[in-house]
Structures are given as C-alpha cells and as structure tokens.
Design a protein around this ligand. Structure first.
Ligand code: NCD
Length: 429
C-alpha cells in the first residue's frame, strides 16, 4: 500500500488537543500514524514538506445546495465537488430542495451512483421529511434511510405541520438520525425579504422578524423534548434563539445548532447597498445578533459552522432586491474568510473554528471515521497556508455561480492541498 508522509507541518486537531509541529503518515486510504514529532522519510513512498503550513482534518459541511437535479445551471454535483475541495471540504451534505426534491429512494440511489463516479469529496445526502417538500405527508423515511440518507430536512421551508414534525422526530428517536430544521415560521414573515428592523423599515422592505425564527425553534424544541428525537437547528440568525437552545439543552433535550459564515461576517447594514448578493434566508440581522452568534461559537453553544452554500445565477442575483432569490455561496470561502475576519483579528481561536468545521459536524452526523486525525480514520486532510493570500475573482472559483459578497476581495489563508481517503485530489490535475 502506498505510504505518504506529511512532515514538518503544524498539526491542528482540536478533537484530540493536537496543536503543534508534527507529522502524519497515510497508508492507503487511512491514517497510519499521527505524532507531534518528526518521522523517518524512509518510511514513505511520497514525502510532503509542510513547513509553514497547518495540517487540518478535512472539513465537513453539514449544509450545501448542490442543485442537482434540476438546477444544473447554478451548480452540479461535479462543480459543487470541485468548489468543496477548493474550500477544503472533504465531506459535504447536499440538501434535498432540488427539482425534483430528494424524496424517493430511487432518486437518492441514482445521485449516490453519480457521486461514486466523481473523484472528489464524499458527498452525502439529506432527504426530504415530507413528500415533495409539500409539508403534507411523511416521506418513506426508512426506505430513504436504507438508500443512504444521513439526515432528514425540508430545508428551504419549515415543517409547519406539527403532527408531521412529531412523526419524523419519533423516527429520529427510534433510528438515531438528525432532523435538520429550517426553523422559520412563514406566517410571521409572509413576503419578507430582509431582517425586520429600523433599516428595513427605512428602506420600505418587507421584514422577516426574529420571532419567525424563535417561534419555530421553540416548537421544534418542545417536540424534540417529548419525542426524544435528535434536533439540529440550521443557520441560527437571531440572538434570542441561542437562549432557547441553551435552556433546552441544559434540560436534556437532544439539540445541536449551526451558524453560517455570512451570519458571522455581516449585518443588515449591507441593506444600504441594495445589492441582492446579500439577500439570504434567514436574513442578516443586527450587530447584537452577530455578536451573540460569535460569542456562542466561541463558547461552543453553536457547535458547528455550516456554509449554506446556495448558488444562484448572476442573472437572478443582479435584479431587484425584492425579486432576487435568497442565497450566498460559501464552500470556497468559508475557511479563509473566517480566518481573515475572525481568527486573525483575535475574535475567534483557530482551534475553535477548525473544531466547528471538522469534529463537531462529523459528530452531529454520527460519522465515526472522520473529523479528527486518528490512526485508522479516513485520510481526509487539508494543507492550509495561513500567510498566503488569494483574490476571490470569478476565474478563481470552481462553483458554477458567483453570488458571493466576497467577490473582488483578497483573503488570507490558501488551501494548498487536499487528500480524500488518502488520495491527493486538490490541486486539480
Ligand atoms: C436556500 C437556497 O437557495 O436553496 N437559500 C438560502 O438563502 N438559504 C434555501 C433556503 O434555505 O431558503
């Protein structure tokens, strides 16, 4: 079996408290040895010098829209896979709000067969809670589970029908999978397009109040409490949501939550630009929300960072704010933007950020062979150059879409190499 040695590198693996110079030996598809010391290059067929760089576990994204089937003009499994690797993600969970939605085992099997033909990250699939994402009747949960669904969600919409949500949470309690909730009560925002607050009112934009999130989260938590199911709250945006989650968790409710890079980076101040590239669901809120999210990430109350990578065409995203679709890209810029704007200025430790992008999401998904650098685990690795910079230019992105506010900016932190199951898959040949 082929042996690759990565030496003289800064190993950072928060799950094991590894943070210092060391080396890693890959054998075949798995990690053979990991140590905070040098290893003999004679042991290996290939030797990689990691000097001046970090070696991280491959990143895991709990939440990406890869748009296949039905939205291939925005993204495909292939372009999404490339974008993921460019951003250091070696495992990605694709959301089922496609066209048709992923609510049938045959479709899920066909998509998984497509993924097996790609040389890239491990793309896993979440399947719909309700048939056709219509919120009316439960999907074939166990058949979808057998076909490989790792989680269930109607992402893009909250499951409004309490009985339906109760049912899927009962299945979750019995079979252990996470239910990912897009917790936003539509009756509280109707035609809303931006955070409800002084700015949206001044500009005359229909608002999406914080209560649309908190009311939905409260109901979901109460159902999780009663059923014992495993609830994961997607893209938390409002400060008040955190106290609901923390109180419920303290009382033994099985709940985890994620935050997106864009909710950590921006606020509704960007409404002044009127640039729909910032239009996202849930919306960017106020400074106190952003500060509460950052604090909760620092303290681990928000355990994971998930991209909510939501590609849309330039045509759609350069129309009016009222009609443009919701969504911001995330896969290619998550690590370097958070490194640049939170870690470098001292607002977040790198170790906490890496944990939120690796072992935390792996644990939420119940993936036992990744997210940390342990012998026997999958050799999913990222070589990260903290000093180098790159420009987020259209020609530097692999996504089929360009809807990121970071376009035209320079970010610190470059992903130099990525290994998936022991094979170097980035840079692309
Ligand atoms: C998502 C998308 O584009 O699929 N957009 C977004 O702003 N998050 C769907 C959604 O969650 O609303």
């Amino acid at each position: 079996m082929k042996r690759t040695l990565i030496r003289q590198v800064h190993l950072l693996d928060p799950a094991q408290g590894l943070d210092g110079p060391g080396s890693v030996l890959i054998e075949g598809t798995r990690l053979h040895s990991v140590a905070l010391e040098d290893m003999d290059p004679a042991e290996a067929d290939v030797v990689v010098d990691g000097e001046g760089k970090y070696l991280l576990p491959g990143l895991v994204d709990l939440h990406a829209h890869l748009r296949e089937p039905g939205g291939e003009v925005k993204e495909t499994l292939d372009s999404g896979a490339k974008a993921a690797l460019h951003g250091g993600f070696t495992t990605v969970v694709a959301m089922p709000n496609t066209d048709p939605p992923v609510d049938r085992p045959e479709l899920l099997r066909a998509l998984r067969a497509r993924v097996r033909m790609l040389k890239g990250p491990d793309i896993l699939f979440a399947a719909c809670i309700s048939q056709g994402r219509s919120g009316k009747a439960l999907s074939e949960i166990l058949l979808l589970r057998d076909a490989g669904a790792v989680a269930f969600t109607d992402d893009g919409d909250w499951v409004r029908d309490g009985h339906l949500f109760y049912q899927v949470m009962t299945y979750s309690a019995a079979f252990g999978f996470p239910v990912l909730s897009h917790a936003q009560d539509p009756s509280l925002y109707r035609e809303g397009v931006a955070h409800e607050g002084p700015r949206s009112r001044k500009l005359g934009l229909p608002g999406i109040p914080r209560s649309s999130e908190t009311v939905a989260v409260f109901r979901d938590l109460e159902i999780a409490r009663e059923t014992g199911g495993y609830l994961h709250i997607q893209h938390v945006s409002a400060a008040e949501t955190l106290s609901l989650i923390q109180d419920a968790r303290a009382q033994g409710v099985r709940v985890t939550a994620e935050v997106t890079p864009h909710h950590l980076l921006w606020t509704d101040e960007v409404l002044e630009t009127f640039d729909p590239v910032y239009k996202v669901n849930p919306p960017l809120r106020e400074e106190r929300d952003r500060e509460t999210l950052r604090q909760a990430l620092r303290e681990g109350h928000l355990e994971a960072v998930a991209t909510d990578h939501a590609p849309h065409t330039t045509f759609e995203k350069t129309t009016d704010w009222l009609v443009a679709p919701f969504g911001i890209l995330g896969l290619e810029t998550a690590l370097s933007s958070l490194w640049t704007y939170l870690v470098k200025p001292g607002l977040l430790s790198f170790s906490r950020l890496v944990e939120a992008l690796t072992s935390a999401p792996a644990r939420i998904l119940g993936l036992k062979d990744r997210g940390t650098l342990r012998p026997g685990y999958r050799a999913d690795l990222v070589l990260f150059d903290p000093e180098a910079q790159w420009e987020v230019l259209p020609e530097n992105l692999y996504s089929r879409s360009r809807n990121t506010p970071l376009l035209g900016t320079t970010l610190s932190g470059v992903i130099r190499r990525v290994w998936v199951a022991g094979e170097e898959v980035f840079p692309f040949p």
